[in-house]
Design a protein around this ligand. Structure first.
Ligand code: AIR
Length: 163
C-alpha cells in the first residue's frame, strides 16, 4: 500500500502530459506522491471508492486534473473532507480551456476546490507541498530553498538583460 501523502489523479492518461508537472515538482520538493487515472464519467464507481478511501489510506491532499466537462475535482471534493486542488486541463475535448476552468472553479458553497490556472499542475504540486509543510519542517526547508532558487533565477535574468 502506498505511503504517499499526496494523490495526483486525472481523468485520462492523456492528461499526464500536463499532470506530470505536479509529480516533478513534488519530487523536487522531496514529497512522496501516488498517481493514477480516475474518470468521473467513465469510471464513476472507481471515483467514488478512491475518494472515499483516500483519507484512511493516509492521503492528506488530492490533486485532481481533468479537461472539458471536468467534474472529477468537484465530485472528489464532495466525497472526502481532504483538501482538493483542481487542475483545469486544456484537453482534446476542451473548446478553449474555459470549459475545464469553469467546471472546476465554480463550485457551490460548502464544497471548495482550490483551482489553479489552466494547465498549471506545477502550481498544484507546490500548493499541495505547502499544505503538508504546515506540519513538516523538512518540506518547509525544501520550499524555502525552492523559492530562493526562483528569486536567484530572476536576479540572473535581470543581470544578463542589463548587460
Ligand atoms: N475526462 C475523462 N473523463 C471525464 C472527463 N472530463 C477528460 C479527461 C481528458 C479529456 O476528458 O480528463 O482531459 C479527454 O480524455 P481522452 O481520454 O478522450 O483523451
Amino acid at each position: 500500500m502506498s505511503q504517499a501523502k499526496i494523490a495526483i489523479i486525472m481523468g485520462s492518461k492523456s492528461d499526464l502530459v500536463i499532470m506530470q508537472d505536479a509529480a516533478d515538482v513534488l519530487k523536487e520538493l522531496g514529497v512522496d506522491y501516488e498517481m493514477t487515472v480516475v474518470s468521473a464519467h467513465r469510471t464513476p464507481d472507481r471515483m467514488f471508492s478512491y475518494a472515499r478511501a483516500a483519507a484512511d489510506r493516509g492521503i492528506k491532499v488530492i490533486i485532481a486534473g481533468a479537461g472539458g466537462a471536468a467534474h472529477l475535482p468537484g465530485m472528489v471534493a464532495s466525497l472526502t473532507h481532504l483538501p482538493v486542488i483542481g487542475v483545469p486541463v486544456k484537453s482534446s475535448n476542451s473548446i478553449d480551456g474555459w470549459d475545464s476552468i469553469l467546471s472546476i472553479l465554480q463550485m457551490p458553497n460548502g464544497i471548495p476546490v482550490a483551482t489553479v490556472a489552466l494547465n498549471a499542475a506545477k502550481n498544484a504540486g507546490i500548493l499541495a507541498a505547502q499544505i503538508l509543510s504546515t506540519a513538516d519542517e523538512y518540506i518547509v526547508a525544501n520550499l524555502k530553498a525552492f523559492k530562493e532558487d526562483l528569486a536567484k533565477k530572476v536576479e540572473e535574468s535581470a543581470k544578463s538583460m542589463e548587460g
